[in-house]
Design a protein around this ligand. Structure first.
Ligand code: CAA
Length: 370
């Protein structure tokens, strides 16, 4: 039922205009508002905070369906659900939940997660943004980069260094509101893919953030980011799965319609074998994604299964979308057939919420520690 609801929504609300939004780098604001009404913006949040109270498996099913059609819209869903809502619900105070989570979970407002910096992407412990303890508030200074929902969010979870001598144990996670004096939104990035999503740099110049906006104990910020990202990787794995499955479904349909050398191209083994490989690898990716979601729902550790799901599903997304363009031939190279966009969108799934190399660090450390 959930899958069908997401599929119908994607067909009716995301498909119209998806090419234009990509071309014009236009944020899918109306679709995001409607996804809030459908309960997609706070899927796993307790209903007492305005969420849908569903499990992670339901969430990845929705992510896959949305991503088949529009990965720019699905990344908004992923960041809001996995990083912002989950982080606040799991580690926030009751006051923070009442003030922020209740509106984030319904989609009334959206959130952003701000860890990356010009010189701290993969090397996330090297935070240069500072949050100096001034008694009742922190004084926040620095720059964040590549922030999804950067211009459209109202609530920003910002990681910053309070005590450099303590290294990653001196980092705090702070809730920053749009409009706080000294908080400026930088230029929008002109991206290869997910062009409808809104990616900005952010600048903090002596922003006074009240102490009650800190998430967790003093120095919990890096652990907060790592624990939150571990779940975020499941959402992005599902996004990658959706891009791959979307490319495959378009290819299957096209190959049954397009004729060459006197028959449908699906009846040429060169194409049929590509479809067989795509179907197999996508199904394998789906099993990894579902397994990581199941681990999270069961209360198992999901660092390893989430990293494996993201690593593999993003590789499949990239590979399958290139195959889809090849199957479509010249038509695959133009916008009307959608697969060139899916190919461009696929690339980001190997980069954000930890590059493929970061996933291999997480996986190999886990394997070697046993
Ligand atoms: N859960 C809990 N704690 C964790 C953890 C996890 N999954 N992973 C690491 N930690 C803890 C460690 O236990 C350690 O704490 P202690 O010292 O108390 O033991 C601390 O964090 C530091 O860990 P490491 O020593 O392992 O740190 P490291 O420097 O070797 O880095 C890393 C580890 C995995 C490479 C990490 O830096 C990392 O994940 N980097 C990638 C960051 C990333 O994913 N950025 C994406 C940006 S957000 C984004 O893209 C969102 C968007 O807009 C779409």
């Amino acid at each position: 039922m959930i899958q069908q609801a997401a599929r119908d929504f994607a067909q009716q609300e995301l498909l119209p205009g998806v090419i234009e939004r990509d071309e014009e780098q236009r944020f899918p604001a109306e679709a995001v508002r409607k996804m809030g009404e459908l309960g997609f913006m706070g899927m796993m949040v307790d209903p007492k905070y305005g969420g849908s109270g569903m499990d992670t498996l339901s969430y990845v099913i929705v992510m896959e369906e949305l991503s088949k059609i529009d990965a720019s819209a699905s990344v908004v869903v992923s960041v809001n659900n996995s990083l912002v809502c989950w982080g606040l619900e799991t580690f926030g105070t009751e006051e923070q939940k009442q003030k922020y989570l209740t509106r984030l979970a319904t989609g009334e407002i959206i959130g952003a997660f701000c860890l990356s910096e010009p010189e701290a992407g993969s090397d996330a412990t090297s935070q240069k943004t500072t949050a100096i303890d001034k008694g009742d508030h922190y004084l926040l200074n620095g720059t964040k980069n590549w922030i999804t929902n950067g211009g459209t969010a109202d609530v920003y979870l910002v990681m910053a260094q309070t005590d450099a001598d303590k290294g990653h144990k001196g980092i705090n996670a702070l809730i920053v509101e749009k409009g706080m004096p000294g908080f400026e939104i930088g230029p929008k990035e002109n991206k290869l893919g997910i062009r409808g999503s809104d990616t900005h740099s952010l600048q903090f110049n002596d922003v006074k953030v009240p102490k009650e906006n800190r998430i967790g104990e003093d120095g919990f910020g890096f652990k907060f980011a790592m624990k939150t990202l571990a779940g975020g990787r499941i959402g992005i794995a599902a996004q990658a799965l959706g891009i791959a499955a979307g490319a495959y479904e378009l290819s299957l349909k096209y190959s049954k319609e397009r004729k060459a050398f006197g028959k449908e191209i699906s009846r040429h083994q060169a194409i049929a074998f590509k479809l067989a490989d795509m179907h197999t690898r996508i199904e394998a990716a789906r099993h990894l994604v579902y397994k990581s979601a199941w681990d999270k729902d069961q209360g198992n550790n999901y660092d390893l299964s989430g990293a494996m799901a993201k690593l593999y599903a993003s590789e499949v997304a990239m590979w399958a979308s290139v195959e889809a363009v090849q199957i479509h031939g010249g038509n695959g190279y133009v916008k009307e057939y959608h697969v060139e966009r899916l190919m461009r969108d696929a690339k980001i799934t190997q980069i954000y919420e930890g590059t493929s190399e970061i996933q291999k660090i997480v996986i190999s450390r886990s394997v070697l520690s046993n």
